[in-house]
Design a protein around this ligand. Structure first.
Ligand SMILES: *Cc1c(COP(=O)(O)O)cnc(C)c1O
Length: 405
């Protein structure tokens, strides 16, 4: 091939990418990023000075900028440095990484924990390490992208059941048996993030026991605040100590920086340390994150005040919007979707809310099913009643202007 042809081919590659971006914009699916010029919190300021009540962070407990968490990160920076410049097994394990793994295991009620750079990595490195082509994984259809990708990387037989549909889960367990699966692993999000729906772990555990399957839960939207002492959906469902594998994130309620983990029996964690690729081939968690997360656990084990405040904030907000006539997805989770059901109208409402000092994002197809467009609000323990009253007022103003209520 002449160099001229190669050049044309390379040009074609770049123009193809531009076409894809153009099409994404025309489809209304292009994601723009808003520039925030403050710490994460109940109130944030944009770089143009606009001040907004933030209803779209995963900052459930308000720990992203909590003074004790920031102080612990500073202390860790001074005592243990900025980075380790190594993966865990070469020279990237400090005393505090082991301390955090032990503390998280105790908090979650499992034998051991292994840290990852993210929950995405925890899920990405899980399935191929513990399952082979002889085995089966049975996954909820609405599971997080990282679970889907993790399952794709494994050679296990794949089964998918309808969201929270126990009859369909049972049918899939039977199908996995019929396919001759040696071990079966049922895997679900503890909380489904678009709806705030909590998985029916009691019923899922009972089916797993009936069909001799293991149960794994990704509790990224629960660890730290769901359940009476904030241990997660397993605590809420009276299954503390009865989940085989829990994956989760440090990037939401537990401080919101980054990092993830897998919690399980000792031998499972040990095998992950030996074979899980994102653990073996990606850098260790930074000392600031480790130190700050230890401080987060001190706070959460010392008192249930933050998760209690979050619970009452969510109730207050739900009640306020319901009274105004908004149609909410039912539930108790601090994810509170305001159903608009029309993609364009949800975008208009989001824009009007922004004009009225409230930051809340619209979600529509393909992120959620067609005709189920919504504004997803997320409450935080950091919100004050005054801020929430203002936010409810903004929903009232915007909702009336657009004829939604
Ligand atoms: C947010 C989330 C993740 C990803 O967490 P990171 O630590 O940011 O990679 C994984 N699973 C679920 C269910 C999540 O909600």
């Amino acid at each position: 091939m002449s160099s001229h042809t190669n050049q044309n081919n390379q040009d074609s590659f770049y123009s193809n990418i531009k076409d894809i971006l153009e099409q994404t914009k025309m489809d209304g699916l292009f994601k723009n990023e808003r520039l925030i010029a403050t710490k994460q919190g109940a109130i944030v300021k944009l770089n143009d000075g606009t001040q907004l009540i933030n209803l779209c962070a995963n900052n459930y407990l308000g720990l992203s900028s909590h003074p004790s968490v920031i102080a612990a990160a500073h202390e860790a920076l001074d005592e243990r440095g900025f980075g380790l410049s190594s993966v865990r097994f070469i020279c990237g394990t400090q005393d505090r990484h082991k301390e955090l793994e032990a503390r998280l295991a105790k908090f979650l009620g499992t034998e051991d924990v292994i840290l990852y750079g993210s929950a995405f990595d925890a899920n990405g490195g899980l399935f191929e390490t513990i399952l082979t082509e002889q085995d089966a994984v049975i996954s909820d259809e609405l599971n997080h992208a990282s679970i889907i990708d993790g399952i794709r990387l494994s050679k296990a037989k794949r089964f998918r059941y309808k969201n929270c549909d126990m009859a369909d889960l049972e049918k899939n367990l039977q199908d996995a048996d019929a396919a001759g699966a040696r071990y079966k692993l049922v895997f679900t999000d503890g909380v489904f993030s678009m709806d705030g729906t909590i998985a029916k772990l009691g019923e899922i555990r009972a089916l797993c026991d009936k069909y001799n399957a293991l149960l794994g839960v990704d509790d990224s939207h629960a660890t730290g605040f769901v359940g009476k002492t904030g241990r997660g959906t397993h605590e809420l469902c009276n299954l503390f100590g009865k989940i085989d594998i829990i994956t989760g994130t440090l990037g939401k309620a537990l401080g919101g920086a980054s990092g993830g983990f897998t919690a399980a029996k000792k031998e499972v964690v040990e095998l992950l340390r030996q074979r899980s690729r994102p653990y073996l081939f990606s850098n260790t968690l930074a000392p600031t994150i480790v130190g700050a997360t230890l401080a987060v656990l001190d706070i959460l084990e010392g008192s249930t005040q933050l998760r209690d405040t979050l619970e009452s904030n969510a109730k207050f907000f739900r009640h306020g919007l319901t009274k105004l006539g908004f149609n909410l997805r039912p539930g108790n989770h601090p994810i509170i979707p305001v159903m608009i059901n029309d993609a364009e109208l949800s975008q208009k409402l989001s824009a009007k809310l922004l004009e009225n000092g409230v930051y809340a994002v619209g979600f529509f197809y393909p992120v959620v099913p067609k005709n189920l467009a919504r504004i997803r609000t997320q409450l935080s323990a950091a919100h004050t009643e005054e801020e929430l009253t203002k936010a409810i007022k903004a929903f009232e103003t915007a909702g009336r202007e657009l004829g939604i209520i």
